[in-house]
Design a protein. Structure first.
Length: 314
Protein backbone atom coordinates (compact mmCIF):
# COMPACT_ATOMS: atom_id res chain seq x y z
CA UNK A 1 0.00 0.00 0.00
CA UNK A 2 1.52 3.31 -1.10
CA UNK A 3 1.35 6.03 1.60
CA UNK A 4 -1.18 8.76 0.66
CA UNK A 5 1.46 11.50 0.75
CA UNK A 6 3.41 9.76 -2.04
CA UNK A 7 0.23 9.29 -4.04
CA UNK A 8 -0.51 13.02 -3.72
CA UNK A 9 3.07 13.86 -4.70
CA UNK A 10 2.93 11.76 -7.88
CA UNK A 11 -0.46 13.18 -8.87
CA UNK A 12 0.61 16.79 -8.28
CA UNK A 13 3.90 16.27 -10.12
CA UNK A 14 2.15 14.70 -13.12
CA UNK A 15 -0.37 17.54 -13.43
CA UNK A 16 2.43 20.09 -13.06
CA UNK A 17 4.48 18.31 -15.72
CA UNK A 18 1.67 18.51 -18.28
CA UNK A 19 1.46 22.24 -17.65
CA UNK A 20 5.23 22.64 -17.83
CA UNK A 21 5.45 20.86 -21.20
CA UNK A 22 2.85 23.23 -22.62
CA UNK A 23 4.55 26.35 -21.25
CA UNK A 24 7.91 25.24 -22.65
CA UNK A 25 6.34 24.58 -26.05
CA UNK A 26 4.83 28.07 -26.24
CA UNK A 27 8.12 29.65 -25.14
CA UNK A 28 10.01 27.77 -27.85
CA UNK A 29 7.72 29.20 -30.54
CA UNK A 30 7.19 32.85 -29.57
CA UNK A 31 10.02 33.24 -27.01
CA UNK A 32 7.58 34.96 -24.67
CA UNK A 33 6.69 33.81 -21.14
CA UNK A 34 2.95 33.13 -21.25
CA UNK A 35 1.48 34.26 -17.93
CA UNK A 36 -1.99 33.17 -19.03
CA UNK A 37 -0.92 29.53 -19.17
CA UNK A 38 -2.07 28.77 -15.63
CA UNK A 39 -5.55 30.06 -16.40
CA UNK A 40 -5.74 27.67 -19.37
CA UNK A 41 -5.72 24.97 -16.70
CA UNK A 42 -8.62 26.66 -14.93
CA UNK A 43 -10.54 26.52 -18.22
CA UNK A 44 -10.06 22.75 -18.14
CA UNK A 45 -11.10 22.67 -14.49
CA UNK A 46 -14.43 24.32 -15.31
CA UNK A 47 -14.97 21.87 -18.16
CA UNK A 48 -14.60 19.10 -15.57
CA UNK A 49 -17.03 20.89 -13.24
CA UNK A 50 -19.58 21.13 -16.05
CA UNK A 51 -19.18 17.49 -17.05
CA UNK A 52 -19.40 16.18 -13.49
CA UNK A 53 -21.96 18.41 -11.79
CA UNK A 54 -24.12 19.71 -14.68
CA UNK A 55 -24.04 16.84 -17.18
CA UNK A 56 -23.60 14.16 -14.48
CA UNK A 57 -21.01 12.45 -16.66
CA UNK A 58 -17.82 10.52 -15.88
CA UNK A 59 -14.89 12.92 -15.82
CA UNK A 60 -12.37 10.59 -17.46
CA UNK A 61 -14.69 9.98 -20.41
CA UNK A 62 -14.77 13.69 -21.25
CA UNK A 63 -11.14 14.75 -20.73
CA UNK A 64 -10.87 15.28 -24.48
CA UNK A 65 -13.20 18.27 -24.07
CA UNK A 66 -10.77 19.88 -21.61
CA UNK A 67 -7.98 19.35 -24.15
CA UNK A 68 -10.00 20.80 -27.04
CA UNK A 69 -11.28 23.87 -25.18
CA UNK A 70 -7.87 24.57 -23.66
CA UNK A 71 -6.25 24.23 -27.07
CA UNK A 72 -8.78 26.52 -28.73
CA UNK A 73 -8.29 29.12 -25.97
CA UNK A 74 -4.53 29.14 -26.53
CA UNK A 75 -4.96 29.21 -30.31
CA UNK A 76 -7.27 32.25 -30.09
CA UNK A 77 -4.73 34.01 -27.89
CA UNK A 78 -1.97 33.40 -30.43
CA UNK A 79 -3.97 34.30 -33.57
CA UNK A 80 -5.86 37.33 -32.26
CA UNK A 81 -3.26 38.87 -29.95
CA UNK A 82 0.31 37.59 -30.08
CA UNK A 83 0.61 37.07 -33.83
CA UNK A 84 -0.58 40.61 -34.78
CA UNK A 85 1.59 42.18 -32.06
CA UNK A 86 4.62 40.22 -33.26
CA UNK A 87 4.06 41.42 -36.84
CA UNK A 88 4.05 45.00 -35.56
CA UNK A 89 7.42 44.48 -33.94
CA UNK A 90 6.28 44.56 -30.31
CA UNK A 91 9.09 43.62 -27.92
CA UNK A 92 9.17 40.52 -25.72
CA UNK A 93 8.28 42.69 -22.74
CA UNK A 94 5.24 44.03 -24.58
CA UNK A 95 4.14 40.51 -25.51
CA UNK A 96 4.59 39.39 -21.90
CA UNK A 97 2.38 42.24 -20.70
CA UNK A 98 -0.17 41.23 -23.33
CA UNK A 99 -0.30 37.70 -21.85
CA UNK A 100 -0.98 39.26 -18.43
CA UNK A 101 -3.88 41.21 -19.94
CA UNK A 102 -5.22 38.03 -21.56
CA UNK A 103 -4.96 36.30 -18.20
CA UNK A 104 -7.18 38.96 -16.62
CA UNK A 105 -9.72 38.64 -19.43
CA UNK A 106 -9.84 34.86 -19.05
CA UNK A 107 -10.27 35.12 -15.28
CA UNK A 108 -13.17 37.55 -15.84
CA UNK A 109 -14.81 35.14 -18.30
CA UNK A 110 -14.41 32.26 -15.87
CA UNK A 111 -15.94 34.34 -13.07
CA UNK A 112 -18.95 35.09 -15.26
CA UNK A 113 -19.29 31.39 -16.12
CA UNK A 114 -18.95 30.42 -12.45
CA UNK A 115 -21.79 32.77 -11.54
CA UNK A 116 -23.92 31.36 -14.37
CA UNK A 117 -23.39 27.75 -13.28
CA UNK A 118 -24.12 28.62 -9.66
CA UNK A 119 -27.28 30.56 -10.52
CA UNK A 120 -28.73 28.23 -13.14
CA UNK A 121 -27.78 24.82 -11.75
CA UNK A 122 -27.23 25.54 -8.03
CA UNK A 123 -23.73 24.08 -8.24
CA UNK A 124 -20.82 25.20 -6.06
CA UNK A 125 -18.60 26.88 -8.65
CA UNK A 126 -15.95 28.58 -6.51
CA UNK A 127 -13.31 26.79 -4.47
CA UNK A 128 -14.84 23.51 -5.57
CA UNK A 129 -13.30 20.08 -5.04
CA UNK A 130 -14.46 17.00 -6.95
CA UNK A 131 -12.36 14.31 -5.26
CA UNK A 132 -15.54 12.36 -4.50
CA UNK A 133 -16.15 12.04 -8.24
CA UNK A 134 -12.89 10.16 -8.84
CA UNK A 135 -13.31 6.60 -10.09
CA UNK A 136 -11.15 3.83 -8.57
CA UNK A 137 -8.99 1.91 -11.04
CA UNK A 138 -7.58 -1.50 -10.15
CA UNK A 139 -8.39 -0.87 -6.51
CA UNK A 140 -6.44 2.39 -6.27
CA UNK A 141 -7.26 6.05 -6.70
CA UNK A 142 -8.06 6.60 -10.36
CA UNK A 143 -6.11 9.82 -10.65
CA UNK A 144 -2.97 8.04 -9.44
CA UNK A 145 -3.13 5.89 -12.58
CA UNK A 146 -4.52 8.40 -15.08
CA UNK A 147 -2.24 11.40 -14.38
CA UNK A 148 1.17 9.66 -14.85
CA UNK A 149 -0.24 7.71 -17.80
CA UNK A 150 -1.27 10.92 -19.56
CA UNK A 151 2.23 12.33 -19.01
CA UNK A 152 3.79 9.21 -20.51
CA UNK A 153 1.42 9.28 -23.50
CA UNK A 154 2.04 13.01 -24.07
CA UNK A 155 5.83 12.59 -23.97
CA UNK A 156 5.78 9.58 -26.30
CA UNK A 157 3.47 11.29 -28.80
CA UNK A 158 5.58 14.46 -28.76
CA UNK A 159 8.74 12.42 -29.28
CA UNK A 160 7.23 10.53 -32.22
CA UNK A 161 5.83 13.75 -33.69
CA UNK A 162 9.11 15.65 -33.44
CA UNK A 163 11.32 12.82 -34.73
CA UNK A 164 9.19 10.72 -37.08
CA UNK A 165 6.87 13.14 -38.91
CA UNK A 166 7.27 15.92 -41.46
CA UNK A 167 5.40 18.27 -39.16
CA UNK A 168 7.91 17.52 -36.41
CA UNK A 169 10.80 18.39 -38.71
CA UNK A 170 9.01 21.59 -39.73
CA UNK A 171 8.37 22.46 -36.08
CA UNK A 172 12.01 22.01 -35.11
CA UNK A 173 13.14 24.04 -38.09
CA UNK A 174 10.65 26.84 -37.29
CA UNK A 175 11.80 26.92 -33.69
CA UNK A 176 15.54 26.94 -34.45
CA UNK A 177 15.52 29.38 -37.38
CA UNK A 178 12.13 30.84 -38.43
CA UNK A 179 13.57 32.95 -41.27
CA UNK A 180 15.40 30.06 -42.88
CA UNK A 181 12.38 27.80 -42.39
CA UNK A 182 10.20 30.30 -44.27
CA UNK A 183 12.71 30.44 -47.11
CA UNK A 184 12.55 26.67 -47.64
CA UNK A 185 8.75 26.75 -47.79
CA UNK A 186 7.69 25.98 -44.21
CA UNK A 187 4.54 27.78 -43.06
CA UNK A 188 6.00 29.04 -39.78
CA UNK A 189 2.78 30.72 -38.71
CA UNK A 190 0.82 27.48 -39.11
CA UNK A 191 3.46 25.54 -37.19
CA UNK A 192 3.31 28.05 -34.35
CA UNK A 193 -0.49 27.95 -34.31
CA UNK A 194 -0.55 24.16 -34.02
CA UNK A 195 2.13 24.29 -31.32
CA UNK A 196 0.04 26.74 -29.31
CA UNK A 197 -3.03 24.55 -29.73
CA UNK A 198 -1.13 21.53 -28.40
CA UNK A 199 0.29 23.56 -25.50
CA UNK A 200 -3.13 24.91 -24.55
CA UNK A 201 -4.61 21.44 -24.89
CA UNK A 202 -2.08 20.00 -22.46
CA UNK A 203 -2.82 22.82 -20.02
CA UNK A 204 -6.56 22.21 -20.33
CA UNK A 205 -5.99 18.48 -19.86
CA UNK A 206 -4.01 19.04 -16.67
CA UNK A 207 -6.67 21.47 -15.46
CA UNK A 208 -9.32 18.85 -16.15
CA UNK A 209 -7.60 16.64 -13.57
CA UNK A 210 -6.97 19.40 -11.07
CA UNK A 211 -10.39 19.45 -9.31
CA UNK A 212 -9.99 15.77 -8.45
CA UNK A 213 -7.35 16.57 -5.83
CA UNK A 214 -7.25 20.34 -5.30
CA UNK A 215 -9.72 23.20 -4.83
CA UNK A 216 -10.28 25.26 -7.97
CA UNK A 217 -11.35 28.87 -8.47
CA UNK A 218 -11.31 31.21 -11.50
CA UNK A 219 -8.10 32.87 -10.28
CA UNK A 220 -6.40 29.58 -9.36
CA UNK A 221 -4.09 29.81 -12.35
CA UNK A 222 -2.31 32.85 -10.94
CA UNK A 223 -1.34 30.79 -7.89
CA UNK A 224 -0.30 27.82 -10.00
CA UNK A 225 1.78 29.76 -12.53
CA UNK A 226 4.81 30.16 -10.21
CA UNK A 227 5.14 26.37 -9.91
CA UNK A 228 4.74 25.96 -13.68
CA UNK A 229 7.46 28.51 -14.44
CA UNK A 230 9.72 26.92 -11.83
CA UNK A 231 9.28 23.50 -13.44
CA UNK A 232 10.07 24.84 -16.93
CA UNK A 233 13.04 26.93 -15.80
CA UNK A 234 14.58 24.17 -13.67
CA UNK A 235 14.21 21.67 -16.49
CA UNK A 236 15.32 24.16 -19.13
CA UNK A 237 13.00 26.49 -21.03
CA UNK A 238 14.56 25.43 -24.32
CA UNK A 239 14.05 21.69 -23.81
CA UNK A 240 10.63 20.04 -23.92
CA UNK A 241 11.90 16.89 -22.23
CA UNK A 242 13.52 19.00 -19.54
CA UNK A 243 10.02 20.16 -18.63
CA UNK A 244 9.25 16.59 -17.59
CA UNK A 245 12.28 16.49 -15.32
CA UNK A 246 11.50 19.93 -13.89
CA UNK A 247 7.81 19.16 -13.42
CA UNK A 248 8.41 16.05 -11.35
CA UNK A 249 11.27 17.61 -9.41
CA UNK A 250 9.31 20.73 -8.39
CA UNK A 251 6.13 18.76 -7.78
CA UNK A 252 7.87 16.31 -5.46
CA UNK A 253 9.68 19.12 -3.66
CA UNK A 254 6.44 21.02 -3.08
CA UNK A 255 4.56 18.07 -1.60
CA UNK A 256 7.26 15.93 0.04
CA UNK A 257 9.49 18.88 0.94
CA UNK A 258 6.84 20.69 2.97
CA UNK A 259 5.60 17.37 4.40
CA UNK A 260 8.97 16.41 5.87
CA UNK A 261 9.80 19.98 6.89
CA UNK A 262 6.58 20.08 8.87
CA UNK A 263 7.87 17.14 10.94
CA UNK A 264 11.09 19.00 11.69
CA UNK A 265 9.76 22.50 12.28
CA UNK A 266 6.04 22.11 12.88
CA UNK A 267 2.86 22.57 10.79
CA UNK A 268 3.41 26.35 10.61
CA UNK A 269 5.70 25.72 7.62
CA UNK A 270 2.87 24.42 5.36
CA UNK A 271 1.55 27.86 4.25
CA UNK A 272 5.04 28.68 2.95
CA UNK A 273 4.89 26.00 0.26
CA UNK A 274 4.67 28.66 -2.53
CA UNK A 275 8.22 29.72 -1.61
CA UNK A 276 9.64 26.44 -2.90
CA UNK A 277 9.17 27.17 -6.63
CA UNK A 278 10.42 30.75 -6.15
CA UNK A 279 13.57 29.51 -4.41
CA UNK A 280 14.04 26.89 -7.15
CA UNK A 281 13.81 29.60 -9.84
CA UNK A 282 16.35 31.82 -8.05
CA UNK A 283 18.84 28.98 -7.45
CA UNK A 284 18.54 27.71 -11.03
CA UNK A 285 19.04 31.14 -12.61
CA UNK A 286 22.09 31.73 -10.41
CA UNK A 287 23.79 28.35 -10.83
CA UNK A 288 22.44 26.91 -14.10
CA UNK A 289 20.65 29.56 -16.20
CA UNK A 290 19.98 27.02 -18.99
CA UNK A 291 18.32 24.59 -16.57
CA UNK A 292 19.33 21.07 -15.66
CA UNK A 293 19.24 19.91 -19.28
CA UNK A 294 21.65 22.70 -20.23
CA UNK A 295 24.32 21.61 -17.76
CA UNK A 296 27.38 19.80 -19.14
CA UNK A 297 26.97 16.77 -16.89
CA UNK A 298 29.61 14.76 -18.75
CA UNK A 299 32.15 17.48 -18.12
CA UNK A 300 31.23 17.66 -14.44
CA UNK A 301 31.46 13.88 -14.04
CA UNK A 302 34.79 13.87 -15.87
CA UNK A 303 36.18 16.58 -13.60
CA UNK A 304 35.04 14.69 -10.53
CA UNK A 305 36.70 11.50 -11.75
CA UNK A 306 39.96 13.36 -12.36
CA UNK A 307 39.80 14.93 -8.92
CA UNK A 308 39.16 11.55 -7.28
CA UNK A 309 42.02 10.00 -9.26
CA UNK A 310 44.40 12.74 -8.12
CA UNK A 311 43.39 12.27 -4.49
CA UNK A 312 43.98 8.52 -4.75
CA UNK A 313 47.42 8.95 -6.32
CA UNK A 314 48.42 11.23 -3.46
Amino acid sequence: MIPPIYVDAIIHSSVLTLLSIGLTLTYLTTKVPNFAHGTFAMVGAYITLTVSMVWKGVIYHHLYLAFLVGGITALVQYILVLKPLTRRGVSIVGLMIATLAIDMVLITVLNIYADYVNTQFKVLSRYFLLAACDVPIAGVRGLFIVAPTLVAVAVILLYLTLTRTKFGVAMRAAIENPSLASVVGINVSLVYAISWFIAGGLAGLSGGLLPLYSQCNPDGGTILIASVFAASIVGGLLHIYGAVLGGYLIGLLEILGTYYLSFQTGPWIMPYKPLIPLIAIAVTLLLAPQGLTGVNWRGIVGSLRKSIARIRTK
